[in-house]
Design a protein around this ligand. Structure first.
Ligand code: F6P
Length: 320
């Protein structure tokens, strides 16, 4: 293996730049050339690749977003699209590809491997932490910390006005961001897609809090649990409390990555390059119990996303 490429795909996540940097510098360490692909699989289809050097990735480890930019490609979902992507790699004499992204992006990496024997290595890059094969995805820790800081601010103003706030966080079908941000932010209620929403129970918790002298209430709502306007309506009706709402949205996707995300991205980026150097492909890397692991992409994606039920119970135990 002489030349590899790297791309970021799907929703961006803080730490993607740290991962790109690790891939570029590890490759240089192992005497491999690296090409960067712009705009994920779209750029791969269009042949938008350029050489990266150690200096190209200077001053990037602390930056959110992705210097290679990212996209979701419909064309790549077709065999014809993937064929064009494979051709671009062949035209640039690229032997291996590192894909940094979420489950859809990793599935794409597997298809390139299966259909065209391209040596692909996937890195989990998504704020959602919804890939069951790895304890953490790159970007999750930063997104949760961003949400916790927002919850801290909300607590100040909600306390002053004796209000309840429903704060909606991202996560798609996963409650991981809500669970961790809710626990760390001291939320009274955490609503996640992994559990049915019971508005009577939520209303009881808020009213009980009010009765025992709480001056504010925080309800963290995962976007996949239920629509925000429904939660507002049901809880206003049931409690009669003064309730406001805040959607954190894309704020969670930006910002300087935390130490954890930078370290994770660096470790996984290096391992990806080492695997390519060993001529391996069709694999994802991740972290389990603190150790860097690798396994076939198909096996990894077949593992159900993990939700920590015990932590969910513990968050409830501490909330009143
Ligand atoms: O997967 C990351 C994520 O931010 C999800 O939490 C969210 O549901 C989705 O992406 C938003 O997607 P888009 O960037 O296409 O609006």
């Amino acid at each position: 293996m002489k030349r590899i490429a790297v791309l970021t795909s799907g929703g961006d996540a803080p730490g993607m730049n740290a991962a790109i940097r690790a891939v570029v510098r590890a490759a240089s360490y192992y005497n491999l050339e690296v090409y960067g692909v712009e705009r994920g699989y779209i750029g791969l289809i269009e042949g938008d690749l350029h050489m990266l050097s150690r200096r190209t990735v200077s001053d990037t480890i602390q930056r959110g977003g992705t210097i290679l930019r990212s996209a979701r490609s419909e064309e790549f979902a077709t065999y014809e699209g993937r064929k064009k992507a494979a051709l671009s790699l062949a035209n640039h004499n690229v032997d291996g590809l590192v894909v940094i992204g979420g489950d859809g992006s990793l599935r794409g990496a597997n298809e390139l491997y299966n259909d065209f024997s391209i040596k692909t290595i996937g890195l989990p890059g998504t704020i959602d932490n919804d890939l069951g094969y790895t304890d953490y995805t790159i970007g999750f820790d930063t997104a949760v910390n961003t949400a916790v800081n927002a919850i801290n601010n909300l607590r100040d103003t909600m306390s002053s006005h004796q209000r309840v706030v429903i704060v909606q966080v991202m996560g798609r079908h996963s409650g991981q961001i809500a669970l961790h941000a809710g626990l760390a932010g001291g939320a009274e209620v955490i609503l996640v897609p992994e559990h049915p929403v019971d508005f009577d129970e939520v209303a009881n918790v808020l009213l009980r809090g009010n009765a025992v002298g709480k001056t504010s209430g925080i309800v963290v709502l995962a976007e996949g649990a239920c629509p925000l306007d429904e939660a507002m309506k049901e809880l206003k009706e049931r409690t009669g409390l003064s309730i406001r709402s805040t959607v954190l949205g894309y704020i969670q996707r930006g910002g300087s990555p935390t130490m954890s995300d930078r370290v994770l991205a660096s470790r996984l980026g290096i391992r990806a390059v080492e695997l390519l150097k060993e001529n391996k492909g069709g694999l994802v890397v991740g972290v389990k119990g603190g150790e860097v692991i690798e396994l076939p992409i198909a096996d990894a994606l077949a593992i159900k996303p993990y939700f920590d039920e015990k932590l969910y119970e513990q968050a409830t135990m501490l909330s009143l």
